[in-house]
Design a protein around this ligand. Structure first.
Ligand code: FAD
Length: 413
């Protein structure tokens, strides 16, 4: 379990050699380390995270929802891992004392067109073995008195959780076991050798027999650094949120979702009671001008050019420019954002909402301009790259961690 020193390529310098290095201290990287600890406790493992704390990016800026698995294509990795991951997550929170609440949610159709799509989701839910029931407007009114709809799906198996709390506890458990969590350690370059992988980081050189890349918004870039040529590119989509003011929180009891557009993996702006008592509205899905571009004005010229030059993005933009423009308008105008919220709660007003922190989703896009709908891994003899771990990867993380460790299982012993 203790990393040993190995001769580095630099004369007189000694380098830590681990069995496994995991890049990324988000929920996927930490859950993978946790599963590794259970499966192969005697290995030496380091989690490398560029920020000063865990869950700093997607995991710490998401909606905090435990997804039921109702939306995903039956048989897909998202469907399977969401169902199993949700159970594992709830068991983990129970055991480790992390706050969660399986409060249930409603998905609301507001017109006949949406009703048809709602039924398709309901059928999917049944195929995915998710407990769900169709309810009429009266029952909906009892559950969410301020929401108006023609029909809805009630999903008792959805909930809310403190994902940062989950990550902090995972980090404590792996460190108590003897694994290392190296914060402020950014991986700058990766050199793949026949018997090891050499990582150049801001904290010096680190070597490992195996590498697991859970780099979220930078997962494709990290794969490239290691010599892989992923066929997809991560495109950052910012999700902007508003908070309901304390006096308006009564407008939403639990989780109120619209019927999503089946062309996109995003679920549409919704109302989410958070585990700390706030109610968030959002997130939108607007192109971010930097991978970690949390505001409209944050621009990284190099990263933006990379996106604009990517043929997949250009094809996506040509196909969905109307939706893209709507998202930009929504991002620039609170009033326009309010219109989207009034779709579900007509009585909500401008005074009821205040802007709050945004998140940025890492969404892989193919060269043909398709949004990758499922989780996506890229694997070599010594490396696993988690290229697409978009929603519901936070819900599913403990199971995704198992999946990754299983891929290594025969090589690790
Ligand atoms: C707005 C929004 C709402 C969402 N809502 C939900 C939800 O309600 N429920 C749900 O299940 N999912 C939700 N998701 C999805 C979920 O949050 C993500 O799927 C999940 O957090 C991905 O975790 P991760 O560990 O892969 O990525 P991250 O949390 O982004 O972690 C990746 C880590 O890698 C680090 N890193 C990157 N490059 C390097 C490098 N070179 N060297 C060292 N470290 C590096 C980063 O600093 C980061 O900490 C949402 C996402 C967003 C953005």
């Amino acid at each position: 379990m203790i990393p040993y020193f190995a001769e580095s390529s630099f004369l007189f310098l000694r380098t830590f050699m681990y069995d496994v290095a995991i890049i990324g201290g988000g929920i996927v990287g930490l859950a993978t380390a946790f599963r590794l600890m259970e499966r192969a406790p005697n290995l030496s493992v380091a989690v490398l995270e560029k920020e000063a704390r865990v869950a700093f990016h997607q995991t710490g800026r998401n909606s905090g929802v435990i997804h039921s698995g109702i939306y995903y294509a039956p048989g897909s990795m998202k469907a399977e891992n969401c169902r199993e991951g949700k159970r594992a997550l709830v068991a983990f929170c129970e055991r480790e004392g992390v706050a969660y609440d399986m409060c249930g949610k409603v998905i609301v159709a507001v017109n006949e067109d949406e009703r048809q799509r709602l039924h398709a989701i309901y059928e999917r839910g049944k195929k995915n073995r998710v407990a769900c029931e169709l309810i009429g407007p009266e029952r909906l009114k009892e559950m969410e008195p301020h929401t108006v709809g023609v029909e809805a799906i009630y999903v008792p198996e959805a909930g809310i959780v403190d994902y940062v709390g989950v990550c902090k506890r995972l980090a404590e458990l792996i460190q108590d076991h003897g694994y290392e969590l190296l914060l402020r350690t950014e991986v700058l370059d990766i050199n793949s050798q026949p018997d090891r992988i050499v990582l150049t980081t801001t904290a010096g050189e680190i070597q490992a027999r195996y590498l697991i890349n859970c780099g979220g918004l930078y997962a494709d870039r990290i794969a490239q650094m290691s010599g892989q040529a992923p066929t997809v590119q991560v495109v950052p989509f910012r999700g902007e949120y508003f908070d309901l003011t304390p006096s308006a929180r009564t407008l939403c009891r639990n989780l109120i979702y619209p019927v999503p557009d089946p062309a996109f993996p995003f679920l549409g702006v919704h109302f989410t009671r958070m585990i700390d008592g706030r109610v968030e509205c959002g997130p939108s899905a607007v192109l971010a001008f930097a991978r970690e571009g949390y505001t409209f004005g944050t621009v990284d010229r190099k990263e933006l050019l990379e996106i604009l030059r990517f043929p997949g993005f250009r094809r996506l933009a040509t196909r969905h420019w109307r939706k893209g423009m709507l998202e930009i308008r929504q991002s620039l105008s609170k009033k326009f954002y309010l219109n989207a919220l009034q779709h579900l709660i007509p009585e909500i007003t401008l005074e009821d909402i205040v802007p709050t922190e945004a998140g940025v989703r890492a969404q892989a896009v193919t060269r043909k301009g398709e949004l990758v709908q499922d989780f996506l891994f890229d694997e070599t003899e010594r490396m696993v790259h988690v290229i697409n771990a978009a929603s519901p990867a936070a819900t599913a993380a403990l199971n995704v961690g198992n999946l990754i460790v299983e891929r290594f299982a025969t090589r690790l012993n």
